[in-house]
Every structure is written in C-alpha cells, then in structure tokens.
Design a binder for this molecule. Structure first.
Ligand code: AMP
Ligand code: FE
Ligand code: FE
Ligand code: ZN
Length: 281
C-alpha cells in the first residue's frame, strides 16, 4: 500500500485542481492520498468525487498555519476533522483573511522595485484559494523576473527580504487543541525543516504534545537526517505516530508524489483516532 499524507491543490498553493491531483496520485501508483491544503477544506468535495471515480482512497485533511510568540512559523497537519467545526473554521478563516492582506502589502512593497501589481498576482489565485507567497512567485515568473518559484524563494520572497510581511496565525499548541476539539488527528508537519526558517525547540514541541499532538511528520524532504533521529526519539518517548509524505505542490515544487510514504499501520491508527470525518473510499 502506497500512502502519501501531505499534498496541496489550487485550493491553496498547489498547481493542480483537487480532481487533477487525485488523477495524478492514481497515475503515480498511490493507493491513499491526503489532501492538506493550507488553512482550507474547500477541496474536500471535488477531491472526494474524483477519488471515488479513480479508485484512490482520500484522507480529507488540512495544513494549519501557526506562529509562535517568537515569530517562528509552524505547520500542523490535521486529518479527518469535522470541516463544519466552528472554532476551527473561524480560526483558519482569520488566517486566510490575514494572508490576503499580507500578500497585498508584500506586492505593494515589491511594486517599488518591480513592475508587479496586485491584479497580476490575482491572475494566479484560484477563486477562494488560500493566498500565499507562491502566488506572488507565479506572478514574478510571468513577468519574467524569476524563472520559477524556487528562484523567487531563494531571494525576493524569503523572510529576510525587505518585501516580506508577516501575517496572523494561531500558536501551534492552540491549533492542536482546535484540531482535537474538531475530532481531527494533529500531526506536526516537517518539524525540523530549517530551510523554511527557524525551527522550534523542545519547549514548543512540549506545549504541542501537552495540547494533544498525536504525530510527527518525519519522512519529509525538508527534515535533515540528524533532526529526524531526534524526532524518532521524541516519538518513541511520547508514543507519537510517525508519518512520511511528499508535500506535493504540483509543478510549484520539485517534490514528487509518493517520494516518502506512511505505513498502513499508522494510517489505521489515524483512522481509528479520528472522529470528525471519514476516509473516502
Ligand atoms: P506562505 O504560506 O505565504 O508563508 O508561503 C510559504 C509556502 O511557500 C509554503 O507552503 C511552500 O509551499 C512554498 N514554498 C516555500 N519555499 C519554496 C520553494 N523554495 N519553492 C517553491 N515553493 C516554496
Ligand atoms: Fe505550500
Ligand atoms: Fe508546510
Ligand atoms: Zn505542505
């Protein structure tokens, strides 16, 4: 069984619609795929329809944007939560709104040095999608300023660049609490991905565990090997599930579907722990 528990569609910053993503997953030989768009569950419906058509099992999920008191960006994966749970939905709506105004402000700053306008960026955002820097990157590509998203993220769009603006996001321990209250299973996404920026220490991981964290995403291309060892130790110590995944973004990133996988035994436990929604088969 080939199980990939982390992918993005055009509902956030992936480049394939949910239905196309499911077909790509089938073509890649996956048996199970989780759709985990940033701060949105809007892809669940179309993905479910496609999954039943293509004979792929779908785990409805989401990747919740978080920020610590010291400004470290953290992502928490939620699987099988209730998509109608009001406190969780209100929180992700707040993040989505903040992401939109933040992107507009970044484009305003970029406009001082590059011929980019908000209208250009809007061309790259699907209706209702969670807005992120990748959409700005796509616009920079169209304008011929960079050759691809990776190049945009290597300088113009990094957190260290003068164009960078932050946005509101809940504390990761709060996100874990909200996910659990919504019947979901909470897994810390790429916990030691230092290329994304600063990573959290044992203090924040401890707060997340106290809040009900259930798993660590260990097999992910952005987690360097020494960090993975430490994560395996933490998982064993606290009885946490360990997952592997691609974090596929279509053509937006080099990550390929199925490049890391999750074991059937772990998936079984995720399914058993969740009370908010069900696997689509
Ligand atoms: P944001 O959500 O606006 O903070 O932007 C972060 C998103 O940008 C992540 O979710 C990634 O999908 C994407 N991203 C980060 N680094 C890269 C990169 N080097 N190439 C392509 N996409 C990236
Ligand atoms: Fe992303
Ligand atoms: Fe992430
Ligand atoms: Zn992701």
């Amino acid at each position: 069984m080939r199980i990939d528990l982390h992918t993005h569609s055009t509902v956030s910053d992936g480049t394939e619609s949910p239905a196309v993503l499911i077909r790509t997953a089938r073509d890649a030989g996956l048996d199970v795929v989780a759709l985990t768009d940033h701060d949105s569950t809007a892809g669940w419906g179309p993905a479910a329809e496609a999954a039943q058509l293509e004979g792929v099992a779908l785990i409805p999920g989401m990747e919740v944007s978080c920020r610590t008191e010291t400004g470290i960006s953290v992502h928490v994966l939620s699987y099988l939560h209730n998509p109608l749970n009001a406190p969780l939905m209100e929180e992700i709506q707040r993040s989505r709104d903040a992401r939109l105004s933040r992107a507009e402000r970044m484009v305003e700053r970029l406009g001082a040095d590059y011929p980019i306008t908000w209208a250009d960026v809007q061309e790259h955002i699907a209706e209702g999608a969670t807005v992120g820097r990748p959409h700005i990157a796509d616009s920079l590509v169209t304008l011929g300023i960079v050759s691809d998203r990776s190049e945009a993220f290597s300088h113009i769009l990094t957190a260290a660049s003068p164009y960078w603006v932050g946005h509101y996001a809940p504390h990761p321990a709060r996100a874990v609490e909200l996910i659990r209250q919504a019947g979901g299973v909470a897994v810390f996404a790429h916990p030691v991905a230092s290329a994304r920026g600063r990573v959290v220490g044992d203090d924040v991981v401890g707060q997340m565990i106290d809040a009900g964290l259930q798993g660590l995403e260990i097999e992910h291309r952005d987690n360097p090997e020494p960090g993975r060892q430490e994560l395996r130790r933490i998982a064993a110590q606290h009885g946490l599930l360990t997952t592997g995944s691609s974090d596929y973004h279509g053509e937006g990133k080099p990550n390929r579907l199925g490049e890391n996988l999750t074991s059937p035994a772990v998936l079984e436990q995720i399914e058993a722990l969740a009370t908010g929604s069900v696997v689509v088969r």
